[in-house]
Write a protein that binds this ligand. Structure first.
Ligand SMILES: Nc1ncnc2c1ncn2[C@@H]1O[C@H](COP(=O)(O)OP(=O)(O)O)[C@@H](O)[C@H]1O
Ligand SMILES: [Mg+2]
Length: 377
């Protein structure tokens, strides 16, 4: 049975805003996407009223899920800053307000407050972000292989592809299926290579993913964190959308991050972007666990000779200069690209090879910095 937009609208007509107006009359709904039984849209409200709207969001979600044929509903509450507010404006607040990342520590926030429930993901000891100042530097490839490296160290690891602009984890892992829902209507991550994998790309087609813009990006991702049955994890690696704009800043602020890793290539331009990334995480008090230099040097697949075609070492110097850890250098190697594109990341396809060893070494440095969080869980 295919679900229509009209059915969704009909069900939403029965849900009331905090002021008692039917949702369909309240002028708050985004476009509604209905895709293969999966329904996505956002409710855009004034930041001051976001709190009062959270229960409305939940009600709307229940109403949509009750439509026969609906297999999943993701409804994001987005709060828009008022036009003309002083700059820099506060980031939009989702779902009843979220503390800044700095407030997530220590993890023992007062029990029972809605904020504390939102702050931590139950069962997940440490959420870390893999970020880059710009796209195409190998962020996703590194995030996945790093997750596998952490797995090889004996940790339970999840991977969330939060790159709403271009989710690539479905391709990198070869996952084609859609997540099922458990009895609590939470999405069950897809198990692959011993990782719990979730991607916005599982829910929408790659082209459709482009509809997630502006404030929706952040609230969609916070929902991906909360509405997924992650189970017990030592580390959840989040493949962030590239860039250091508002969306990324807000995301960094609203996800309970234990730390961030910045991927850069050695080129100057990419380093400048990496610096912006550092500044961004600093702003929201998320510790930067370190910088990884990807495509650091070219390694000839035939003779193994290394050439520093991009001026290798730039990220190491930059890390030293900025006083953040340098986590390692990954060569530009055809095996890394080919294996990724075939859905068999190099740590899986060549577990005893030199590249897997590099990712594991980076993983070990990351784990050592997270030790406190992982041990406490
Ligand atoms: N170290 C590497 N060696 C060779 N190719 C790489 C390496 N890292 C990434 N790539 C390739 O570069 C492209 C972009 O990588 P990707 O991880 O998708 O970047 P991003 O997530 O930053 O956009 C992909 O084709 C990927 O296979
Ligand atoms: Mg990517």
């Amino acid at each position: 049975m295919s679900v229509t937009q009209q059915q969704v609208l009909d069900s939403l007509a029965g849900v009331r805003s905090p002021r008692g107006v039917a949702l369909t009359q309240a002028n708050v709904l985004s476009d509604i996407t209905v895709n293969d039984g999966k329904v996505f849209f956002s409710i855009n409200v004034d930041a001051q009223e976001a709190r009062a709207w959270e229960s409305v969001r939940a009600e709307a979600e229940s109403a949509v899920r009750a439509i026969p044929g609906v297999t999943a509903a993701m409804i994001a509450l987005t709060a828009e800053r008022k036009a003309g507010s002083a700059s820099p404006p506060p980031p939009p607040r989702p779902a009843g307000g979220v503390k800044p990342a700095s407030a997530h520590r220590p993890p023992q926030s007062p029990a029972g407050s809605p904020m504390s429930r939102q702050a931590e993901i139950p069962g997940v000891a440490a959420v870390i972000a893999v970020a880059s100042g710009k796209g195409g530097v190998g962020k996703s490839t590194t995030a996945l292989n790093l997750a596998l490296g952490l797995r090889d160290l004996g940790l339970k690891v999840g991977l969330l592809d939060a790159d709403i602009y271009g989710p690539s984890v479905p391709r990198l892992t070869g996952i084609r299926e859609k997540p099922a829902l458990n009895d609590d209507r939470k999405m069950i991550p897809i198990p692959r290579f011993g990782l719990a994998v979730m991607s916005i790309g599982f829910l929408v087609e790659e082209d459709t993913a482009m509809i997630w813009r502006g404030p929706m990006v952040m609230s969609a991702i916070t929902q991906m964190l909360r509405d997924v049955a992650w189970g017990t994890l030592d580390v959840l690696v989040v493949d962030m959308p590239p860039g250091t704009g508002d969306a990324q800043l807000t995301l960094a602020q609203n996800v309970p991050l234990k730390g961030a890793i910045i991927i850069s290539t050695p080129q100057d331009l990419s380093l400048i972007d990496a610096r912006r990334g550092l500044a961004m995480f600093k702003k929201v008090n998320v510790p930067v666990l370190g910088i990884v230099e990807n495509m650091s040097y070219f390694q000839c697949p035939h003779c193994g000779t290394k050439s520093d075609i991009f001026g290798h070492g730039g990220a190491r110097h930059e890390a030293e200069r900025l006083g953040v850890p340098f986590l390692g250098e990954i060569p530009l190697h055809i095996a890394i690209r080919v294996s990724s594109d075939a859905g068999q990341p190099v740590v899986v396809s060549e577990p005893d090879g030199p590249h897997a060893a590099i990712y594991r070494a980076i993983g070990a440095k990351v784990r050592d910095q997270l030790q406190g969080a992982i041990a406490a869980a």
